[in-house]
Design a protein around this ligand. Structure first.
Ligand code: XLS
Ligand code: NI
Ligand code: NI
Length: 437
């Protein structure tokens, strides 16, 4: 395989004392935590769109990131080279998975037929690169938001011809995801939302979105695609109001439309914070409702109100996240996909390595710390003890639905004032800091 990233070698684990910026300090794929290897726990994936199609463009200026391998050749040749570089990167970094949108790997043609043909060509190459390197597809998806035809939405577009176009694109994207052995398929509602209710029939749009997802489920069954379907919540951006607002809104939508058994969620850290939730709130909601399938690992910025998609480096975030993932039984088909982009000034291929190494080390530390918290059981013991009353006689009667307001009135009259107890937040936060070091 021709090397494009010539000066960059395979990234190895050198331990916490290493000063080599191109080495892992904590991520050691074969090291075990709670009886399972780090690689199996974390299931890292590189996302193709930000890492290999990202240019650093922002509303004030065009791209700053110019990749040498894309220069001086036509767009299909550039696409082929980019895919090859990506697999070289995955291998050197030592991740086992990748993720892509249809239009990331194959530039859109003049017609749908031509776009499909280009995609087939690139998928054949991807299949070969997957088998040469052993890197697998975590999930695939369709880009239903970039082209101007989707400016008013895809499945929620006021025009059924756009709905049909989007359906055709999802059909094809699902087929190629199956062809590449993808373990999942993500529906992120790119422009499924609205700017103003003055021009929007919200009820109709939501019904159409449900119809669209139903068609996808039917087609999955027809072709025997076994990958996990996931919805990725996001409250805003690009539209002012996105329908898949957060995990709870997606859950309600799935229940209402009888789709709950067919979909789980892909939770993205920066989307959680845009919804004014914490990342771990969204993860816990998903876990509690058996909806947690995969994670888009990134972070936002406290001072910026948009999806900055920065690489995750905050240990509190990774600890909380892994504490929830571990207690939910770990990833099955999902993993940690770095849906994150290097900053506009980080223009070298080397910056892609620093970014991913940092994210992988931050999650490796998060895993080690969370595993210790699970093993010690101190936080769990505190929570159990706080709710211990529910295992008592009256607690059980309430939980099992054996008493109503009348019986509880009699009980409350008899037992008198319950007497509040401290929640001990500061003690618990101090205890967490004993683990994070
Ligand atoms: C954008 C989303 C997107 C999805 C895949 O905000 O995170 O990248 O993950 O379409
Ligand atoms: Ni995402
Ligand atoms: Ni995002």
């Amino acid at each position: 395989m021709r090397e494009f990233l010539k000066t960059l070698k395979k990234i190895r684990h050198e331990g916490p004392d290493s000063k080599n910026p191109l080495a892992f300090k904590h991520y050691n794929p074969n090291e075990k935590a709670l009886g399972k290897s780090m690689a199996d726990h974390l299931r890292f994936a590189v996302c193709f769109w930000h890492s290999f199609k990202g240019t650093g463009v922002d509303p004030f200026g065009p791209g700053t990131i110019i990749r040498a391998w894309e220069q001086g050749v036509d767009e299909m040749k550039a696409a082929e080279r980019t895919l090859r570089v990506a697999f070289e990167f995955f291998t050197k970094l030592g991740v086992r998975f990748w993720c892509f949108h249809d239009r990331d790997i194959a530039p859109e043609g003049q017609t749908l037929a031509e776009s499909n043909k280009r995609l087939d060509h690139m998928v054949a190459l991807a299949k070969k690169l997957q088998s040469d390197t052993g890197v697998k597809l975590l999930w695939g998806t369709a880009n239903l938001f970039a082209n101007r035809r989707y400016m008013s939405g895809a499945s929620t577009n006021p025009d059924p011809r756009v709905f049909a176009y989007a359906a055709a694109q999802v059909k094809k994207a699902m087929e190629v995801t199956q062809e590449l052995g993808g373990q999942g398929y993500v529906f992120w509602g790119g422009r499924e939302g609205y700017e103003t209710l003055l021009n929007t029939n919200m009820k109709r749009e939501l019904d159409h979105m449900a119809r669209f997802l139903r068609m996808a489920v039917d087609y999955r069954k027809a072709i025997g695609f076994k990958g996990q379907f996931m919805i990725e919540p996001k409250p805003k951006e690009p539209t002012k109001h996105q329908y898949d607002f957060d995990a709870a809104a997606c859950h309600a939508f799935l229940l209402k439309n009888d789709l709950a058994g067919d979909f789980k969620l892909n939770i993205e850290a920066n989307h959680a914070t845009l919804a004014t939730h914490t990342f771990h709130h969204e993860l816990q909601y998903a876990a509690d409702n058996a909806l947690l399938a995969s994670i888009d690992a990134n972070r936002g910025d406290l001072l910026l109100g948009w999806d900055t998609d920065q690489f995750p480096v905050d240990l509190y975030d990774t600890v909380y996240a892994m504490y929830i993932v571990l207690r939910a039984g770990g990833f099955k088909t999902g993993g940690l996909n770095f849906d994150a982009k290097v900053r506009r000034q980080s223009i070298d291929p080397e910056d892609l390595f620093h970014a991913h190494i940092g994210g992988m080390d931050a999650f490796a530390r998060g895993l080690k710390i969370a595993a210790k918290m699970v093993k010690d059981g101190r936080f769990q013991a505190f929570v159990d003890q706080r709710y211990a009353g529910w295992s008592g006689a009256m607690g059980q009667k309430i939980e099992k639905g054996r008493v109503g307001l009348k019986e509880l009135e009699a009980y409350a009259l008899k037992q008198g004032e319950p007497g509040p107890r401290s929640g001990r937040q500061e003690l618990l936060e101090n205890m967490l800091n004993e683990y994070i070091r």
